[in-house]
Design a protein around this ligand. Structure first.
Ligand SMILES: Cc1cc2nc3c(=O)[nH]c(=O)nc-3n(C[C@H](O)[C@H](O)[C@H](O)COP(=O)(O)OP(=O)(O)OC[C@H]3O[C@@H](n4cnc5c(N)ncnc54)[C@H](O)[C@@H]3O)c2cc1C
Length: 452
């Protein structure tokens, strides 16, 4: 049996897998091709024949949500003019960034191009939206263009607000013991170098979490546990003191997983949890972090810090009429949480990280949301009510160490919604790791092509 060196980029060798594992792999690979494999509910069938319409449809954002919307609409509609707006040429497989930042994958493995996924009959406007004008059914772009639409699908993701942390900027990632899994693949790889150096030297490691909604809320927890595992595997665990900083008093929104982690972090991993600590600023040169706590400010020295920036809808959405104007979702896109239709502009829909809903900022949510938004748009085109409903499904293989994890799946009710009866949703197992490492990227690409 070959054991992987903790610092190697190579994935786990599966030569030691028993027959059960191999059988699972074969079955799961088949499922991945046709369905979701922990990546959402099983597929919604496409309409048998394309619906003929001259509608002008604009999709903003060519990320996970925008590309899968474009693919589905291109095959569901005949005669429509579909435009996708995004100036980015590169596509990042973001769920893989956790594996890059912890040394399991190289950055090149998460890099792709949008041109590979945009359907031929969809026009790609390489530009970015700077202003939404929903009262006049048009958007304005950075290069000064105005685009009119009959239907608008907002899928512009979210923005990382590094500047909300004093002294922090993305350029610091990879230096002064600073890491961040949320930015570019290059920065994820630099994060891995910082974690690897910390694994050698040991010292004080701080792992933070921003307040408010963030994408893949499991990622900061995974980075913490994988860093701890790296130290342990290298035989250096005794040289390091690890602290997790949580702005509130829960580690995870799903109560069962929250209870698991609250016990697992201190008892099994010797990671101290610092409740109600919000990262306020960094002094990179002195390697000091300042937290706001109920008792006032607290300054902590570190050898490594994992920074999670506060996140918000892109400023063009946040400052538009399309955003929730008040309340807990203020600034995020104001959609009905089930139909994904805008609550005030019925010809506008939203999918993905940009929407203001209680949970669901994951690619797995995008997988569940996209068929709903498309079905409801088709209903409106047919003069019917939008009745398809998103139940809040979200999923995350919560990796606890290399080779192990928990497959967390739940919905708006916060009840677990396991796709596989044979996977205990509260137990660490090898299957979620295998999914994350070997299978979900293919499922994600199939989603971008509208196949699942
Ligand atoms: C570290 C990390 C780990 C993750 N792990 C998982 C996981 O294990 N499982 C999981 O399901 N999900 C995971 N996710 C979350 C998942 O990647 C996102 O939820 C998903 O990508 C959201 O899709 P989206 O289309 O809404 O946003 P994105 O994929 O981010 O795409 C948004 C697009 O909009 C474009 N855009 C932005 N502003 C504008 C504008 N003004 N005009 C035009 N275009 C614009 C951007 O250029 C971008 O291309 C992870 C994410 C990260 C960062």
């Amino acid at each position: 049996m070959r054991r992987e060196h903790p610092y190697s980029h190579a994935a786990l060798d599966t030569s030691d897998m028993d027959a059960g594992r191999r059988r699972f792999l074969v079955a799961a690979a088949a499922l991945t091709a046709g369905a979701a494999t922990g990546f959402g509910t099983l597929l919604t069938p496409q309409p048998a024949a394309a619906f003929r319409t001259p509608a002008r449809i604009v999709i903003v954002g060519a990320g996970a949500a925008g590309l899968s919307l474009a693919s589905r609409l291109a095959s569901a509609l005949d005669g429509a003019s579909i435009t996708i707006v995004d100036r980015r040429e590169e596509h990042y497989y973001q769920p893989g960034l956790t594996l890059v930042a912890t040394g399991a994958w190289k950055a090149s493995r998460v890099l792709d191009t949008n041109s590979r996924f945009i359907p031929r009959d969809v026009e790609w406007l390489r530009d970015s939206v700077v202003e939404y004008d929903p009262d006049n059914n048009r958007i304005h772009t950075a290069t000064g263009q105005t685009v009119n639409y009959d239907f608008l699908l907002v899928a512009s993701g979210l923005q990382l607000n590094f500047d909300a942390i004093e002294g922090m900027s993305p350029e610091l990632i990879g230096s002064h013991g600073i890491g961040c899994v949320y930015d570019t693949p290059d920065h994820a790889e630099r994060t891995w170098r910082a974690i690897r150096a910390f694994t050698e030297t040991g010292g004080v490691g701080l792992f933070t979490r921003a307040p408010g909604a963030i994408k893949c809320a499991g990622a900061p927890l995974k980075v913490t546990m994988l860093a701890e595992h790296g130290l342990r595997t290298a035989g250096h665990r005794g040289k390091a003191e690890l602290h997790y900083f949580q702005p509130g008093n829960a580690l995870f929104s799903q109560p069962g997983i929250d209870s698991f982690l609250k016990q697992h972090f201190p008892e099994q991993r010797d990671i101290a949890i610092n409740w109600e600590h919000q990262l306020k600023g960094l002094d990179a040169a002195r390697q000091e972090a300042t937290f706001v706590t109920a008792e006032g400010e607290r300054v902590v020295e570190y050898d490594f810090i994992h920074v999670v920036p506060p996140m918000s809808a892109p400023v063009s959405v946040r400052e538009s009429e399309l955003a929730w104007q008040e309340g807990g979702f203020s600034g995020w896109l104001e959609v009905d949480p089930h139909t994904l239709q805008h609550r005030r502009y019925p010809n506008v829909f939203g999918v993905g990280d940009v929407i203001g809903t209680p949970i669901g900022k994951t690619a797995a949510s995008v997988k569940a949301q996209t068929p709903v938004a498309v079905a409801n748009l088709l209903s409106i085109l047919r003069d019917r009510d939008p009745v398809a409903s998103y139940n809040g499904y979200t999923s995350c293989p919560l990796i606890t160490e290399r080779g192990k994890g928990i497959l967390v799946e739940f919905d708006y009710s916060l009840n677990m919604t396991p796709s596989f009866g044979f996977i205990d949703p509260y137990e660490e197992q090898w299957i979620p790791w295998l999914m994350k490492d070997r299978m979900l990227h293919a499922a994600y690409n199939a989603m971008l092509r509208g196949r699942i």
